[in-house]
Design a protein around this ligand. Structure first.
Ligand code: SF4
Length: 488
C-alpha cells in the first residue's frame, strides 16, 4: 500500500497546525503509518509529492529523518507531481528525483509528464541508470555530520549568505556564465543565440530575460561591440589584451589555486579561481580568507560529483568564508537527453540547498542556445531565478476532461511571456485543485466542455465553456494586473 501525501491537498487540521509545509506533509503521512503499525501491517511505500521541487526534496528528507527517530524504515516512492511536459517537465523531474537519489534516498520512481505515458519511462530509466554504475566508494574520505554545519538545514531552504562581488552573490540571483571558449572568436551571432541582439541602426541592444550575465572566452578573441550589462571572463594570460574594452567589465580566470598563487599582479578588480572541491587544501581555504577579491569556481572530477561539491560548501560555511561561488561542470561526453537530466540533478541539487551564486555548464558540441535554455530552465525549476512563465500541468488520466497537451500548448502560446506567473492546467476538478498547490491561476476541467478558473485556491469562474476559457483566463490575469503585452 502506498501512503502518499500531496503538497496541495493536506487536510485542514494539518494545514492549521503545520501550514502547507514539508513538516505538514510528513506528519500527514506518519499519522496513517502509525495506524498501519498498530495493526502490524508493514507492506507500505511512502511518497511525498509536490510540484515545488524545494518542498518535495525537503519533505522526503524530513520523512526519512522522522522515520529514523521513530524506528521505522519504509521504502520511498519518488516523484515530482504535475511537472508539466517537454524539457521543463524533464528538468523538474530530474531535479527533484535525482537530488534525492544522490542523497541515497528512493526505492521506486515515477516521472510524471504531460505527455503520452510511453514518453515517461525512458526519462525515468535514464535518471535511474546513472546510478547503475556509480562507484560504491564513499563520496568523501570523511563522514560529514549535517548537524555540525553552520547555517544549514537539509529540511529548510536558506540561501548561503555571501558577499557580492562583480555582481555575483549577495542578494543577486544566481548568475549564468555561457562558455564560448571553444569558439575562435566571439561574434554577434553567438551573442544573438543566447539572447543579446544588436540593432545596428539605433545602436541598441535587445536583451532577453534569459540572457547570460557573463561570457567565458578562455583564450578566444572578441572584436565586436558588447552590451554594457554583459561581463567577460577570460584566461588570466589574455587578461591584459582585454583591458582596452573599457566599457565592458572583464575578469581574469585562473584554472587552479596553483596558477593563482603564481599570478603576476594584473590589477583586476576580481579574480575567478577554479578549484576541484576534492582538492581544495586547508592552505588554500585560509588564503581565500585573506583574499577578498575572489570568486571561487568549483567543480569536481569524482563520480559523486554533487556530494563532493556540496562538501566544499559545507567547509566554506564552517570556516565562515563568504566568497561568492560559481558551480561549474563539463558534460562533453553526454548526449543532449542525458545532459538535460544530469545537469538538472547536479546543479538543481545544489541550488535547492541554497548553494551556488553562479552556474556554468560546459558542453562544446551542443548549441549555445540549447545550453542557455537548459541552464535557465534549471534555475527556474529550482525556483531561484525566474525568467519565464511556470506551468504546472497534470499528466492526465481516465478522468481528464479535455486534451491536456493541446490545451497546455494553447495556453502556453498566449502566456509564455508572463515571467514569474504560475499557471496550473488540470484535467479534472476531482483532484486538480488539490494538486495545483502554489499556482497563481488554475484552468481546471469541471465537466465535458466545461472549465473552472481559479485564482490561487479561489474559484473565480465556474463551468464556463471551454471555447472561451483561454480568453477568460487571459482576462482574469489582466484584471489581476499581471498581464503584459508580448514584446515585438
Ligand atoms: S485528470 Fe484529475 S486525477 Fe487525472 S491526473 Fe489530472 S488532476 Fe489527476
Amino acid at each position: 500500500m502506498r501512503i502518499g501525501t500531496n503538497h496541495g491537498s493536506l487536510s485542514d487540521r494539518i494545514m492549521s497546525r503545520y501550514g502547507d509545509s514539508p513538516s505538514g506533509m510528513v506528519e500527514s503521512a506518519l499519522e496513517f503509518v502509525r495506524i498501519c503499525r498498530d495493526l502490524d501491517y508493514h507492506n507500505i511505500v511512502l511518497s511525498m509529492k509536490a510540484s515545488n521541487t524545494k518542498v518535495m526534496v525537503e519533505a522526503y528528507r524530513l520523512l526519512v529523518y522522522r522515520m529514523k527517530i521513530e524506528g521505522m524504515n519504509y521504502p520511498l516512492h519518488l516523484g515530482v507531481t504535475e511537472a508539466g511536459g517537454g524539457e521543463d517537465g524533464r528538468i523538474k523531474s530530474a531535479l527533484g528525483i535525482g537530488t534525492l537519489l544522490e542523497d541515497g534516498l528512493g526505492d521506486t520512481i515515477r516521472v510524471s509528464l504531460t505527455e503520452d505515458p510511453e514518453f515517461e519511462v525512458p526519462v525515468a530509466r535514464a535518471i535511474v541508470n546513472r546510478y547503475k554504475h556509480r562507484t560504491s566508494e564513499p563520496a568523501l574520505p570523511v563522514t560529514i555530520n549535517i548537524g555540525t554545519i553552520n547555517n544549514f538545514s537539509p529540511f529548510d531552504y536558506q540561501r548561503r549568505q555571501c558577499a557580492s562581488l562583480a555582481g555575483i552573490g549577495g542578494d543577486n540571483v544566481p548568475r549564468v556564465i555561457a562558455d564560448f571558449s571553444a569558439h575562435r572568436e566571439l561574434t554577434l551571432d553567438d551573442l544573438k543565440s543566447v539572447g543579446y541582439e544588436y540593432h545596428e541602426p539605433t545602436d541598441k541592444w535587445y536583451v532577453s530575460d534569459s540572457a547570460p550575465d557573463f561570457i567565458f572566452l578562455g583564450t578566444s578573441e572578441c572584436n565586436i561591440p558588447l552590451p554594457t550589462t554583459l561581463r567577460l571572463i577570460v584566461d588570466a594570460h589574455k587578461f591584459h589584451s582585454f583591458t582596452a574594452l573599457d566599457s565592458v567589465k572583464v575578469y581574469p580566470f585562473y584554472s587552479s589555486p596553483g596558477e593563482f598563487a603564481k599570478r603576476v599582479e594584473t590589477g583586476a578588480f576580481c579574480n575567478f579561481i577554479y578549484v576541484d572541491a576534492a582538492e581544495a587544501t586547508d592552505d588554500f581555504i585560509q588564503q581565500l580568507k585573506r583574499d577578498h577579491q575572489a570568486v571561487l569556481v568549483v567543480g569536481a572530477k569524482r563520480d559523486h560529483w554533487l556530494a563532493t561539491v556540496r562538501s566544499l560548501f559545507f567547509r566554506l560555511l564552517n570556516e565562515g568564508l563568504d566568497l561568492p561561488v560559481v558551480v561549474k561542470r563539463d558534460y562533453q561526453a553526454l548526449d543532449q537527453e542525458d545532459f538535460v537530466l544530469y545537469s538538472s540533478t547536479d546543479f538543481g541539487g545544489l541550488l535547492v540547498d541554497g548553494f551556488g551564486d553562479g552556474v556554468w555548464l560546459a558542453h562544446n558540441s551542443m548549441l549555445k542556445s540549447d545550453m542557455n535554455r537548459v541552464t535557465f530552465g534549471i534555475l527556474q525549476a529550482a525556483r531561484v531565478r525566474i525568467s519565464k512563465t511556470e506551468y504546472i500541468a497534470c499528466p492526465s488520466c481516465g478522468r481528464t476532461l479535455f486534451d491536456l497537451q493541446e490545451t497546455t500548448e494553447m495556453i502556453r502560446v498566449h502566456t509564455e511571456h508572463l515571467k514569474g506567473v504560475k499557471i496550473a492546467i488540470m484535467g479534472c476538478i476531482v483532484n486538480g485543485p488539490g494538486e495545483m498547490a502554489d499556482a497563481d491561476y488554475g484552468y481546471v476541467g469541471s465537466g465535458p466542455g466545461k472549465i473552472t478558473l481559479y485564482k490561487g485556491k479561489e474559484i473565480i469562474k465556474r463551468n464556463i465553456n471551454s471555447d472561451v476559457a483561454v480568453d477568460q483566463l487571459i482576462s482574469l490575469i489582466r484584471e489581476d494586473g499581471k498581464w503584459v503585452d508580448k514584446q515585438k
